[in-house]
Design a protein around this ligand. Structure first.
Ligand SMILES: [Zn+2]
Length: 272
């Protein structure tokens, strides 16, 4: 990824997605906003307990820096599941100004409609951005351990293929900043779920300890799902930025051990 300072706001970009003028995208940080601790400062989430007026002010700041209008922001009520919602123009702007209008119970969204910014929010969970360069379809997914184990990334590619006739060869994916294998300690129960979900779980859980703990590699567990769906490795850019190690730049739930804000990863198709 590459960091750019735009109107004095730091935004991060996937290098392969930057090559395509048909889309705009970004990954925001925790800096440059108006929220007080523990949401300091660019918290984008209404559901985390922050003052909604300040959240709106933060979103306006992001919209003006990214050049993506706030009324295009389309956000879901994320539930750590594997549902994929197809976003039509009637859903444009759902969740932009409050939580109640956000699309219910989904962690992945896809659209081929321009002028809709699909946005996922997280603090340690993995944001994934998708773009089919030929069919001009975009997608986002939010994958914590539950979403990863329930194969939300896999499902997103499946819907791209089945509903939008995308070819895996044409799909670019960015795997954004999220808690890394250096920091994501998990317990025995979670390891059992991972073993159920993946045949090659040894690639995803590092250094299992005698007391049954281990470190989960969310990046690899999501990347593998994409490769298994036929997406070429060269099409997948993994940020390899750990949010806990970089908790001064990104929100990290694990670092704060309490309430925290959420940063965003968004993508929008432009009118051609
Ligand atoms: Zn780390």
């Amino acid at each position: 990824m590459v960091e750019k300072n735009i109107n004095s706001l730091s935004l991060w970009f996937f290098q392969h997605l930057l090559q395509h003028r048909e889309i705009r995208h970004f990954v925001s940080t925790r800096n440059g906003g108006f929220s007080n601790p523990p949401y300091d400062s660019l918290n984008l989430a209404f559901h985390a307990g922050d003052n909604p007026e300040i959240v709106l002010k933060n979103r306006k700041r992001l919209a003006s820096a990214s050049g993506i209008p706030l009324d295009t922001f389309t956000i879901a009520q994320q539930i750590h599941g594997c549902n994929v919602k197809i976003v039509t123009k009637e859903l444009r702007g759902c969740g932009a100004f409050n939580y109640d209008t956000a699309i219910s119970a989904t962690d992945a969204m896809i659209t081929d409609t321009p002028d809709i910014c699909l946005l996922v929010l997280q603090a340690d969970c993995v944001p994934l951005l998708f773009f089919d360069v030929k069919k001009r379809v975009i997608g986002v997914a939010h994958a914590g351990w539950r979403g990863t184990v329930s194969l939300v990334a896999h499902n997103t590619v499946r819907v791209l293929q089945e509903k939008f006739h995308c070819s895996s060869q044409d799909i670019l994916v960015g795997i954004g900043p999220s808690i890394g294998p250096c920091c994501y300690e998990i317990g025995h129960e979670t390891i059992v779920q991972i073993k159920k979900a993946f045949h090659n779980e040894k690639d995803h859980v590092n250094s299992e300890t005698p007391d049954g703990k281990g470190y989960f590699n969310l990046w690899e567990a999501n990347r593998t799902q994409l490769v298994q769906m036929g997406i070429p490795e060269r099409n997948i850019e993994v940020a390899r930025i750990c949010t806990r190690c970089n908790h001064t730049v990104f929100f990290s739930y694990r670092n704060q051990h309490t309430e925290t804000g959420r940063f965003g990863a968004g993508v929008m198709l432009m009118y051609s």
